[in-house]
Design a binder for this molecule. Structure first.
Ligand code: HAM
Length: 423
C-alpha cells in the first residue's frame, strides 16, 4: 500500500537498536514513557493543530465509528499526550511532567523519499515549565538523541514565533506584505494569504522564497517578554556549546506553537530533510481543558533518522547454536539452549537429526562463534561438544549441559577469550 511499509529484518533490528539507544538518553534526562491510543476523537486534532493547517485540512485519516463518533488516526502525538496528561492528572501548576513516546503516526501525504503515510516518531513533551531553560534543555536532549543515533553534520534551525501578544500584529504586517505582492505569489500561497499568512514564510517555491527575503521579520515584532525569552534560549544554547542558526522563515506546520520553534535538518534525506522538530506550545494545555501551564517538546522521525544515520552497529547474529545430532538429543538440546539463554546468550536451537556436515553448514550460515553439538556419544557422556567456528575445528573442550547456564556460558566464552590471548 502506498506510504505504508512493512519493517522487515534487518531493518527492524536497526529500528530496535536506535530506539534502545535513544531510550537510554531519555532515561538519563529522567523522562518516563507514556502510551496513548493510535486513534483519537477527530476534534482533538482540529482544536490543537489548527483548522487551517495542511495536516487537518487534507492529511488526516478520519472515519466514522459504528456509533457515529468521528475518529482520527493520530497524525502526531503532542495533542494526544496533552489530552492524556489532563485526563490522568499528570501535570499542573506545581507538577511538571516529562514524558516520552514512541510509535506510528499517520498522515495522508504524497509519498516520496522520507515521506510516508505511516511513519514512526520518538518524541518528548515537558508540561508545566515556562522558562527558557526548559526550551534549551529540550533542544539539548534532541541533539543528544541524534548524536546517540550516530547522526553527523546536522544543522539546528531556531526561531521565535512570538505569542498571543505580539503575533497578531506581525500577522497583519505579513498579510499586508503578501497582499502587496499577491500577483507574484504561487497558487498555494494565495490561499495561505487568506487562511494562514504565516505559512507564506515556509513556501518551498523558489519565486516565493525570493519574494519573502524582503518580508517583515517576526523578530522585529516580538514583545518584550518574547524577546527576552528568545535571547535567553540563544544564550543558554551558546553556553552549552550547541550550534544553531536563527532562521526567520521557520514557522513549522502546526498552529499550537508560541515562542521557541526549532528543527534539525540532516544530510542524505533529499527534499524531506527535517529529521526532527518541535517547540513551545504554552496555551495548548488550557485550550484542551487543563491548567494554564506551558509545554515544550519535539519529535524525531525514525525512518528519516535511520536513512540519515545509515547502519549503526552490527546486525544481530546469534552467539551460540545448539545442534541436536539425533532425535534422542532434542530434549537435552532444548534444556541446554534455555540455560544459555537464561545466562544472557543469544542462542539458536537447530532442527534435530541433521548430519554433522549439514549442521556445520547451518552454523556457518548463522555466523555463530560456537556450535554446541549433542549426539549419541554426548548423551552417553552427559556432555556437549563445543566447536569454535572461528578455528574451523573441533574444540577439545566438552561442557556438561545439565550444569547451570551461567557457568556453562562463561566456560564457552572463555574459549574465545583464550584464543584472543593467543592460547
Ligand atoms: P513534525 O515536524 O510534524 O512535528 O514531525 C516531526 C518529525 O516527524 C519530522 O521532523 C519528520 O522527521 C517526521 N515526519 C513528519 N511527517 C513525516 C512523514 N510523512 N513521513 C516520515 N516522517 C515524517 C510534530 O509532529 C510535533 N508533534 C513535534 C512536537 C512535539 N512539537 C512539540 N512537541
Amino acid at each position: 500500500m502506498r506510504g505504508f511499509h512493512d519493517v522487515l529484518p534487518p531493518q527492524s533490528e536497526r529500528f530496535h537498536r536506535i530506539e534502545r539507544n535513544l531510550c537510554t538518553v531519555l532515561d538519563s534526562y529522567n523522562y518516563v514513557e507514556i502510551r496513548t491510543p493510535i486513534a483519537e476523537r477527530a476534534e482533538l486534532f482540529a482544536r490543537s493543530l489548527g483548522e487551517a493547517t495542511d495536516i487537518v485540512e487534507k492529511e488526516m485519516y478520519t472515519f466514522e465509528d459504528r456509533d457515529g463518533t468521528m475518529l482520527t488516526l493520530r497524525p502526531e502525538c503532542t495533542a494526544s499526550v496533552v489530552r492524556a496528561a489532563i485526563e490522568g492528572g499528570l501535570a499542573g501548576r506545581d507538577r511538571v511532567a516529562k514524558l516520552y513516546y514512541l510509535g506510528p503516526m499517520f498522515r495522508r501525504e504524497r509519498p516520496q523519499k522520507g515521506r510516508l503515510r505511516q511513519f514512526h516518531q520518538i518524541g518528548v513533551e515537558v508540561l508545566g515549565r515556562e522558562d527558557a531553560l526548559a526550551d534549551a534543555e529540550v533542544v539539548a536532549l534532541l541533539m543528544d538523541c541524534l548524536a546517540a543515533a550516530g547522526l553527523r553534520d546536522v544543522k539546528l534551525l531556531l526561531n521565535s514565533l512570538g505569542d498571543a501578544t505580539c503575533r497578531p500584529g506581525y500577522r497583519t504586517a505579513l498579510e499586508a506584505f503578501g497582499r502587496a505582492h499577491e500577483a507574484e505569489l504561487c497558487e498555494t500561497c494565495k490561499l495561505r494569504l487568506e487562511r494562514n499568512p504565516l505559512r507564506l514564510l515556509d513556501c518551498k517555491e523558489e519565486s516565493c522564497r525570493a519574494l519573502m527575503v524582503d518580508a517583515p521579520r517576526l523578530r522585529e515584532h516580538l514583545c518584550d517578554e518574547c524577546r527576552t525569552h528568545f535571547n535567553d534560549v540563544e544564550r543558554l544554547l551558546t553556553a552549552a556549546g550547541i550550534e544553531f542558526t536563527v532562521d526567520p522563515t521557520l514557522v513549522r506546520g502546526l498552529d499550537y506553537y508560541v515562542r521557541t520553534a526549532f528543527e534539525v535538518i540532516a544530510p542524505g534525506l533529499g527534499a524531506q530533510n527535517a529529521v526532527g522538530g518541535g517547540g513551545r506550545y504554552d496555551g495548548l494545555v488550557a485550550a484542551l481543558g487543563g491548567a494554564p501551564i506551558g509545554g515544550v517538546g519535539f519529535a524525531i522521525g525514525l525512518e528519516r533518522l535511520l536513512m540519515s544515520a545509515g547502519s549503526t552497529g552490527e546486525d544481530a547474529t546469534p552467539e551460540m547454536c545448539v545442534i541436536p545430532l539425533t532425535e534422542a538429543a532434542a530434549a537435552s538440546a532444548l534444556q541446554l539452549a534455555r540455560a544459555l539463554r537464561g545466562a544472557g546468550a543469544r542462542c539458536e536451537l537447530e532442527t534435530a537429526g541433521r548430519s554433522v556436515k549439514s549442521a556445520m553448514r547451518r552454523a556457518d550460515k548463522l555466523g555463530v562463534r560456537f556450535a554446541l553439538l549433542i549426539g549419541d556419544a554426548e548423551i552417553e557422556a552427559g556432555r556437549a561438544t563445543v566447536r569454535d567456528m572461528q578455528r574451523q575445528a573441533d574444540h577439545p573442550l566438552a561442557i556438561g549441559f545439565d550444569v547451570d547456564g551461567l557457568t556453562t556460558a562463561a566456560a564457552i566464552r572463555a574459549l574465545g577469550e583464550g584464543e584472543a590471548r593467543g592460547c
